[in-house]
Design a protein around this ligand. Structure first.
Ligand code: GTP
Ligand code: MG
Length: 200
């Protein structure tokens, strides 16, 4: 699939404000600074579409982008950002949980994982929560251009998952700097779009 158009729809803090759930939707989530906004810009070929920052906690609301007039891409705030206040973190968490649980057209959540580091408790906990809620997800390893990245890190992550799961989900290996992983993600979205039915 080629991305021909990518338009910012709006930033929302509540599911009731989100656009009508009449098209397939894909949300990008992960710890603060993992590279969600950068990946969105890379796969859409629009460098300024989602706001990128080296300061964690940049994205603070639910941001909808309409791609090819056909599907929504959603940039979410990072979880586990230690420097924000406890009240702020709880507010985001509540917003994220409500969105992930109740957004009817959400086809798949892309959980971004930093490929440079060992499995983090917050990632494993979040993935287990998605499982408990029966929310579909895939994993995306980010920043594989970095010298700290080793393919073995991905094997270690899989092993950590297999301690609680029978299977590992689909995995994408990406770098927004090298622009790698884009075609695989877009093909997966294209295939998933084909089986979308407007929720009743
Ligand atoms: P929040 O919105 O704050 O949660 O962050 P985010 O997950 O959206 O991350 P963002 O895309 O803003 O990127 C965070 C930092 O990581 C920025 O300094 C990016 O330039 C850098 N970064 C993102 N993707 C890559 C990548 O593939 N490789 C490298 N080396 N750096 C990256
Ligand atoms: Mg962001």
């Amino acid at each position: 699939m080629e991305v021909k158009t990518a338009n910012f729809v709006g930033s929302f803090t509540n599911i009731s404000q989100c656009p009508p759930p009449d098209r397939p939707e894909y949300a990008f989530i992960g710890r603060s600074n993992v590279g969600k906004s950068s990946l969105i810009n890379m796969i859409t070929n629009h460098s300024g579409l989602a706001k990128v920052s080296s300061t964690p906690g940049k994205t603070q609301s639910i941001n909808h982008f309409l791609i090819n007039q056909k599907w929504f891409l959603v940039d979410l705030p990072g979880y586990g950002y230690a420097k924000s206040s406890k009240t702020q973190r709880e507010k985001w968490q509540q917003m994220l949980r409500q969105y992930l649980n109740r957004r009817d057209n959400l086809q798949c959540v892309f959980v971004l994982i930093d490929s440079r580091i060992s499995p983090q408790k917050s990632d494993l906990e979040f993935i287990n929560w998605l499982g408990e809620m029966h929310i579909s997800f895939v994993l995306v390893f980010t920043k594989t251009d970095n010298r700290k990245y080793k393919p073995q890190n991905i094997e270690v992550f899989k092993k950590a998952l297999l301690e609680t799961w029978d299977d590992v989900p689909r995995i994408f290996i990406t770098s927004s700097v090298k622009r790698s992983g884009k075609d695989d993600i877009l093909q997966f979205i294209d295939e998933t779009n084909q089986i979308f039915h407007v929720p009743e």
